[in-house]
Design a protein around this ligand. Structure first.
Ligand SMILES: *Cc1c(COP(=O)(O)O)cnc(C)c1O
Length: 377
């Protein structure tokens, strides 16, 4: 039987033909296709300005710089995210202030976030883990009350909505990722939704060597910028994917529903929040009943692999990585994030999966987990 990975991008033949067209065009780097991709993304978020870069790590870092975050500033975020979210805080010389997650949603606990605000707090990075949006009403009420900038790390939540409004249509600075594991991809890439033309001009300078090009053909460099522009090759992939986003997300939702129907309910798995209203089902992540298991998560993953099924881990709590322990974080700081981070497993979920792939995963779990619980399979 074919190996079933936990995710796999779906690139159609039209997109492949379009990429070939770019390769034949003689223009590979940032050009007309990137502009077209930016316009399409802007239309997706109701006309707000959007610029692309070669990763969401870059767009998150630029968002912090646009928000004026630097040395001496504190930025509040969650420990239960891809480490990029916290790394960009360090990259701009600011201090990450982590607070625990709500165990029900697995998203940042906004009461704890509010309690962590100090005179040095400059911004909050909200992460829509698994594509489930953080409560935007509460988030922006808190930010407004305390005069904070918000960076929405929406790397996983493109196409999700908050109360019927697409993520990115409202709010402050919103970053999406087009890494191949995300709901749509450009190979690698990311984009930032901004508020005004001043922010766009700063983003463009940060993206490419600090360069400003003037209408009269001259240029200037008035600050240090990096090198994070997207290629037209990547933009062509992204354009082909964006057209299919709604269909992809509808398929993900149907597959997630099938997991809820088919997963065995007598093995102590804790299922993800059953939200079919807001999220985009970027991932489907049960928690293993680790306390009752004789084996480890690794044993479970290895057992599933023997059945031809790939299982991911997204993510161990980031404050337990050496870099963050070295900055004073320790085991026990964020018990919910640590518990989820130890028990979480990402089951296969991608639009090209068939219904019976879900059944196959569920059958394999029903064989692999009981022996690890000391029961007959
Ligand atoms: C993927 C991801 C990122 C980083 O995106 P890249 O495009 O790989 O740089 C940041 N935050 C979260 C939550 C992510 O899932």
């Amino acid at each position: 039987m074919d190996f079933l990975p936990f995710t796999r991008p779906d690139i159609d033949e039209d997109t492949i033909a379009d990429v070939v067209g770019v390769l034949r065009s003689g223009w590979l780097t940032t050009g007309p296709r990137c502009s077209e991709f930016e316009a399409a993304l802007s239309a997706h978020v109701g006309g707000r300005p959007v610029r692309v870069a070669n990763s969401a790590t870059a767009t998150l870092e630029f968002a912090l710089r646009i928000a004026g975050v630097g040395p001496g500033d504190e930025v509040i975020t969650t420990p239960l995210t891809w480490v990029a979210t916290a790394n960009v805080i360090l990259a701009v010389g600011a201090t990450p202030v982590l607070v625990d997650v709500d165990p029900a949603t697995r998203l940042i606990d906004l009461d704890l976030a509010e309690a962590a605000i100090t005179p040095h707090t400059r911004a909050i990075i909200a992460v829509d883990l698994a594509g489930l949006p953080v409560d935007r009403d509460r988030l922006y009420t808190l930010a407004t009350r305390h005069g904070l900038r918000v960076v929405e790390d929406a790397a996983q939540s493109i196409g999700a909505n908050w109360r019927g409004r697409r993520i990115g249509s409202d709010g402050d600075l919103v970053s999406f990722s087009f890494h191949p594991n995300k709901n749509i991809t450009s190979g690698e890439g990311g984009c930032l939704v901004m508020n005004n033309e001043n922010e766009v001009r700063l983003f463009e300078k940060l993206r490419l060597q600090g360069v400003t090009r003037h209408d009269d053909g001259t240029m200037d460099v008035d600050m240090l910028g990096g090198k994070a522009n997207l290629t037209d090759i990547a933009a062509a992939i992204g354009l082909g994917q964006l057209k299919r986003l709604d269909a992809f997300n509808a398929r993900r939702q149907a597959l997630a529903r099938r997991y809820f129907e088919q997963l065995p309910d007598d093995l102590g798995l804790v299922l993800p929040p059953e939200d079919f209203q807001h999220g985009n089902w970027h991932m489907f992540q049960p928690l293993l009943p680790l306390a009752d298991m004789q084996g480890t998560r690794h044993d479970f993953i290895a057992g599933m692999r023997e059945h031809g099924i790939g299982i991911g881990v997204h993510y161990p709590a980031l404050h337990l990585f050496s870099l963050y322990r070295g900055r004073g974080f320790a085991e026990g700081d964020f018990p919910h994030a640590e518990d989820i981070g130890r028990r979480t497993v990402t089951l296969p979920l991608f639009p090209a999966m068939q219904d019976d792939d879900i059944d196959r995963v569920c059958t394999a779990i029903a064989r692999v987990l009981p022996p690890l619980l000391g029961r007959a399979a």
